[in-house]
Design a protein around this ligand. Structure first.
Ligand SMILES: [Zn+2]
Length: 423
């Protein structure tokens, strides 16, 4: 009995090996965004992995040829801050009627949109219930197409902070409580352990107030530094990194000093805050596209007054934090906050990073490949097209090393060795 099962497994494996060889012929090939691009080259993919790169346009016997000889082929992009299970413009009261299971299904739609936009790895930082874990696992198992997901599940926050539920009658808020609030070092450490037990790959904290929640306590630091230290030390001991949503300067500084791995948004970052971020080796994740989602809805009676005020405050300094962080030599990882704006527009962040942040197109591409891969802890698998890595690659019109806009002109996507249907 056992022998026959092994024979079947061997047959299936052999069949898969011959059926899954691709020769992706590139006009220009970017193996590593920090290095000079190569001319015409062919990437050979076998069983989901890059096995070798050959000069010129080649086609091994039996390989499926992908003709990108008029395009640039490069590593699949990485977005370090998405919310696949949500769509922009959803009224806040919908959380009182939508089941968490709906979020997972919305996520299936958005995962495909995101992959088609050239993003083959994402870090999902905030989803209801277990929706992002289910989505992550379904994509991993090949049930639905999409990017590789590093998922946090819900965010940890203070009671009444961004990440808790506010804005309804107290008894309604209580029913909707996502269970991620904590007070004091012990309880915050407990939450990290609970989240790790449930399946979090990374811990997300809302270390300051946030724009789009109904909490009215501003955008500065909310957690006590001792609480953040308890979260980071507990998470790191379990092999989990910590992503800190942070807008206000002192909140950024507190989070960085407490050892978080990334500062996301970083809106009001000042010199002292950025010095702390740099000294601790944390990453800055700009999410400039999030502000387009806010900008487009200001002044239209879409937001409640409490959100409208915070939105205006943040919009007034759009891009200032990234510009200062980049000048200060802080490590930048590409991240957009998709879900606050429409999924699939992630690549538009690149031009904003150049225009508002003062980065070069090459620096932006590094941030979206090797940079974000390092932050997410997946640099051994993705970020470059080195043989042995997962076959996560895309083709674009133009040269993204000189034109950041090329990252919005995606013509081909392969995720973990499987082509993504583009229409
Ligand atoms: Zn976010």
């Amino acid at each position: 009995m056992k022998k026959s099962i092994l024979a079947i497994v061997a047959l299936l494996t052999a069949g898969a090996a011959s059926a899954q060889t691709y020769a992706i012929q590139a006009g220009r090939l970017i193996v590593d965004a920090s290095q000079t691009a190569r001319g015409p080259s062919t990437v050979i993919v076998e069983n989901g992995r890059i096995t070798r790169i050959e000069p010129g346009a080649t086609a091994p016997a039996g390989a499926t040829v992908v003709d990108m000889r008029a395009k640039t082929v490069l590593p699949g992009l990485i977005d370090a801050h998405v919310h696949l299970t949500g769509d922009p413009g959803t009224p806040f009261w919908r959380e009182t009627i939508d089941p968490n299971e709906l979020a997972a299904i919305v996520g299936v739609k958005n995962a495909l949109l995101t992959a088609r936009a050239g993003f083959t790895t994402v870090r999902d930082l905030g989803a209801p219930g277990n929706a992002s874990f289910a989505l992550r696992d379904a994509i991993h198992d090949g049930i639905v197409p999409g990017p590789r997901i590093i998922a946090s599940g819900g965010a940890l926050s203070i009671v009444g902070g961004h990440g808790d539920v506010s804005g309804f009658r107290p008894e309604v808020n209580a029913v909707l409580d996502p269970g991620g609030t904590c007070t004091g070092a012990d309880q915050c450490a407990l939450r990290v352990r609970e989240w790790a037990k449930r399946g979090s790959d990374v811990i997300k904290i809302t270390s300051t107030g946030g724009v789009l929640s109904q909490q009215g306590r501003g955008l500065e630091g909310h957690f006590d530094p001792a609480e953040i230290r308890a979260i980071t030390s507990t998470a790191h001991r379990l092999g989990l990194k910590v992503a800190a949503h942070a807008h206000g300067a002192r909140g950024i500084e507190d989070a960085a000093k407490a050892g978080v791995d990334s500062i996301d948004h970083g809106t009001f970052a000042d010199a002292a805050a950025l010095q702390a971020v740099k000294a601790r080796g944390a990453w800055y994740v700009p999410t400039l596209m999030a502000f387009t989602g806010v900008r487009d809805r200001l002044g239209k009676n879409i937001f409640t007054p409490v959100v409208e005020a915070k939105g205006r405050e943040a919009m007034a300094v759009w891009g200032h934090g990234l510009r200062a962080a980049h000048r200060a030599g802080v490590k930048i990882a590409f991240g957009t906050d998709s879900g606050v704006f429409e999924h699939g527009r992630n690549g538009e962040e690149a031009e904003l990073m150049v225009r508002l942040g003062g980065m070069s197109p090459r620096q932006v591409l590094v941030s979206a490949t090797t940079g974000a891969a390092e932050l997410l802890g997946v640099g051994d698998e993705v970020g470059t097209l080195d043989p042995g890595k997962s076959a996560d690659l895309i083709a674009v019109d133009g040269d993204p090393l000189t034109d950041a806009g090329a990252l919005t002109r995606i013509v081909y996507v392969m995720a973990r060795g499987k082509p993504i249907a583009m229409k």
